[in-house]
Design a protein around this ligand. Structure first.
Ligand code: NAP
Length: 253
């Protein structure tokens, strides 16, 4: 039995897209994986895929912005799957608009899911990590943290997550816990498909335009991000902390 096969990971927003790929990858790496998302039934296909591959997984419905719900969700994971010592804060939403049209509600909603959500989950899960003197926290930032037209809320949240990550690395390092951020560029998911739809551009054309700007010449895939998470969650990555890894096919968005 490898050391990771005794460990439990939580991935938020894991019913689809990047989160689903991360959950599947961590399961393949030997982790038991709690698949968290707003709709518990929606996590079913990811759990089934993990279990049919011989892994262990649990579907948990929770809104990451709900402090009481987060506490209960993590307690359930600990009871049913084992104490979580890997946390991937991946749940996210977009509410894009130019600043002069952006509502305060859309500002608050984006801050709540990305920043409050990552804060609430990290605060609860770090107890298990500190108890075990071992932990891995990975937060999903974005190349939008560097600034992106129409995303004042999202870019602020994703830049905020980088500062949050570095602070967790400083506070938790002495307990064997690392904290890192991954900042993906353009990744092909329902999130980017919805952005194409809002822009009135067919998704295939939208992806081709993105690929033309990306040095490696293709859009990213959820598995590209999952591979980076796999590294950061591994035993051997214990001296890598407080970093932001851009998974963007090049140095910039
Ligand atoms: P996605 O396909 O939209 O998936 C996001 C998931 O998060 C959905 O299943 C969604 O559930 C869930 N979610 C939203 N709000 C939640 C909440 N309050 N509580 C629990 N779950 C919630 O997005 P993605 O493209 O895979 O992106 C995953 C992460 O990577 C996000 O943090 C995103 O900002 C980041 N990212 C993505 C890209 C990209 O190009 N795709 C680039 C950079 C960074 P519902 O479906 O029920 O809403």
């Amino acid at each position: 039995m490898s050391s990771t096969s005794r460990r439990t990971a939580i991935v938020t927003g894991a019913a689809r897209g990047i989160g689903a790929a991360i959950a599947r990858r961590l399961a393949a790496d030997g982790f038991s994986v709690a698949v968290l998302d707003l709709d518990e039934a929606g996590c079913g296909p990811v759990v089934d895929a993990i279990e049919s591959g011989g892994g262990r997984a649990l579907a948990v419905g929770v809104d990451v912005t709900d402090a009481v719900g987060v506490e209960a969700a993590v307690a359930r994971v600990a009871a049913e799957l084992g104490a979580p010592t890997v946390l991937v804060n991946n749940a996210g939403i977009l509410r894009d608009n130019l600043l002069f049209r952006m509502s305060a509600e859309d500002w608050d909603a984006v801050m709540a899911v990305h920043l409050r959500g990552a804060f609430l989950l990290s605060r609860v899960v770090q107890r298990h990590m500190v108890d075990h003197r071992w932990g891995r926290i990975v937060n999903l930032s974005s190349t939008s943290a560097l600034g992106n037209r129409g995303q004042a809320n999202y870019s602020a949240a994703k830049a905020g997550l980088q500062g949050f990550t570095k602070t967790l690395a400083i506070e938790l390092g002495k307990f064997g816990v690392t904290a890192n951020a991954i900042a993906p560029g353009f990744i092909e998911t329902e999130m980017t498909a919805a952005t194409a739809e809002r822009a009135g551009v067919p998704f295939e054309e939208f992806k081709a335009r993105a690929a033309a700007r990306i040095p490696v010449g293709r859009p990213g895939r959820p598995e590209d991000v999952a591979h980076a998470v796999s590294f950061l969650a591994s035993e051997g990555a214990g001296f890598v902390s407080g970093q932001v890894i851009y998974v963007a096919g090049g140095p910039r968005a």
